[in-house]
Design a protein around this ligand. Structure first.
Ligand code: F0G
Length: 448
């Protein structure tokens, strides 16, 4: 059921096929280099790309821009306490700012950090502290067809094996990312969070939840975890987040804003350390690199994010896209995640080996065919891993309508139809930072 009507609109255009071909070539077959104006339906990310509500725009006007003691910060503190159950908040400019503040305070050289799956920026911040990021996904996480409710879960078994190997004293931090973005946006059960909190306690590690998509995760729990069948989503979120020692948050996702993030913790000593780092890297701890108006809008957004009507609309829209794609015969990762549908490019482009980047070939074909922008999350983004060749179509919150999704499905179906004639790609200009190559590297189609 649609829970909104439009109050402000933005015009979008589908450039001619000729212009799309040219734009792709000029972009070095890397869609991060495309001008957004040349994109018709932009599913590159769900981060900071959603539409704010009228209540958020109203809050924006009332934002308090005071350097210290801003009223908008009080609003944010109250919202975080109410929605996430944590009383101390350190605002930051976005999620990775929060990661820098928090991980810099708890991780040091030689440490090992465990995560169900590190998101790119999380991995980079852990590595930046001289520590080793280790992923502990469950076995089904990278299986595009396994029919399980919580493929985003943290494997306690994998975590125990690492701790047995390196020793508990080297593992000061355990992170659970909900939903698990790098595992196709799959949810994490509350039971898994509870067990992981106990494990972190056992090895005397700080337990952090990366709460970027905490509300979507809670909505999945309400629908899939028997213990919570009758629970309110807002209560589920409070319980799940309540197991963590600290939260790291990108407001650009379930904060329903275009900028902002924060660290939240009830641990007073950790709070003090984070505040000091925030002053260094982000700003005074009552604004932390955000404009007061953005802080005010995030306070409203957090409350809206746990409203059942919003979440039903959100999850249904993603599921609708997944179902329409399946009906059109397009192979996808199932079940669909919370913020995106992940196309199984490895199956669609089975004639291309990983070194010819089947996912990136599909990303380019989607743009060429219908002006649709997705992102590759396979051999191009993650060299030397055995992850499946996926293309993420992330859905910005409260932004697109069913007609837009229909266009995406028609585009994907047309790509599927001609997939065998689409060539692979090779890198012609690499990035200086190999882990971040998919943002800037340039490619060319392989001649067949
Ligand atoms: N953690 C997770 C799980 C994320 O998905 C992201 C961002 C971050 C941290 C960093 O937050 O962008 O505000 O600095 N994910 C975006 C994406 C960029 O497209 O998935 P940020």
């Amino acid at each position: 059921m649609v829970a909104y009507k439009s109050k402000v609109v933005e015009q979008i255009n589908l450039p001619s096929r000729e212009r799309r071909e040219q734009a792709l070539e000029d972009a070095g077959y890397n869609v991060f280099n495309l001008a957004a104006e040349a994109v018709f339906i932009d599913l590159l990310t769900d981060s900071g790309t959603g539409a704010m509500s009228d209540a958020q725009w109203a809050a924006l006007v009332r934002g308090d821009e005071s350097y210290a003691g801003s009223r908008s910060f009080d609003d944010l503190e109250a919202a975080v306490e109410e929605v996430m159950g944590v009383s101390n908040v350190v605002p930051t400019h976005q999620g990775r700012g929060a990661e820098n503040v928090l991980y810099g305070a708890v991780v040091s050289d030689g440490d090992v950090v465990l995560n169900n799956t590190h998101f790119d920026t999380t991995r980079a911040h852990v590595a930046n502290q001289g520590a080793e990021p280790v992923d502990c996904p469950v076995a089904s996480a990278h299986d595009p067809t396994a029919d399980e409710p919580f493929k985003g879960n943290f494997s306690l078994e994998a975590a125990r094996a690492v701790v047995d190997d390196v020793g508990a004293e080297r593992v000061p931090l355990v992170v659970q990312t909900i939903t698990n973005n790098s595992a196709a946006g799959q949810p994490v059960s509350v039971e898994n969070t509870r067990d992981l909190a106990a494990f972190a306690d056992e090895i005397d590690a700080t337990f952090v939840i990366d709460a970027c998509r905490f509300a979507e995760n809670a909505a999945f729990v309400a629908r899939r975890e028997a213990e919570f069948a009758d629970a309110e989503v807002a209560d589920i979120a409070l319980e799940q987040l309540g197991y963590a020692d600290a939260l790291v948050m990108s407001g650009k996702k379930d904060g329903l804003v275009n900028a902002g993030g924060f660290v939240a913790t009830d641990d007073e000593a950790l709070f003090e350390r984070c505040k000091q780092r925030a002053i260094l890297y982000e700003g005074f701890p009552t604004y932390g690199g955000m404009a007061g108006r953005d802080v005010a809008a995030m306070a409203v957004g957090l409350r809206e994010a746990v409203e059942e009507a919003y979440l039903t609309d959100r999850l249904e829209q993603v599921r609708r896209l997944a179902t329409m794609l399946e009906d059109a015969g397009v192979p996808i990762y199932t079940p669909a995640g919370g913020h995106a549908v992940y196309l199984d490019a490895g199956t669609t482009f089975s004639h291309l080996p990983p070194e010819a980047f089947p996912g990136q070939a599909m990303v380019c074909a989607l743009y060429r065919e219908g002006g649709v922008r997705g992102v590759e999350l396979g051999s191009f983004a993650f060299p030397d891993t055995d992850r499946p060749e996926l293309v993420r179509l992330a859905i910005p919150r409260r932004t697109y309508h069913t007609e837009h999704l229909e266009h995406v499905v028609e585009t994907a179906a047309a790509v599927l139809e001609e997939s065998e004639s689409i060539p692979g790609l090779e890198i012609v200009s690499d990035s200086a930072v190999p882990e971040l190559r998919h943002f800037t590297a340039e490619l060319e189609p392989l001649s067949s």
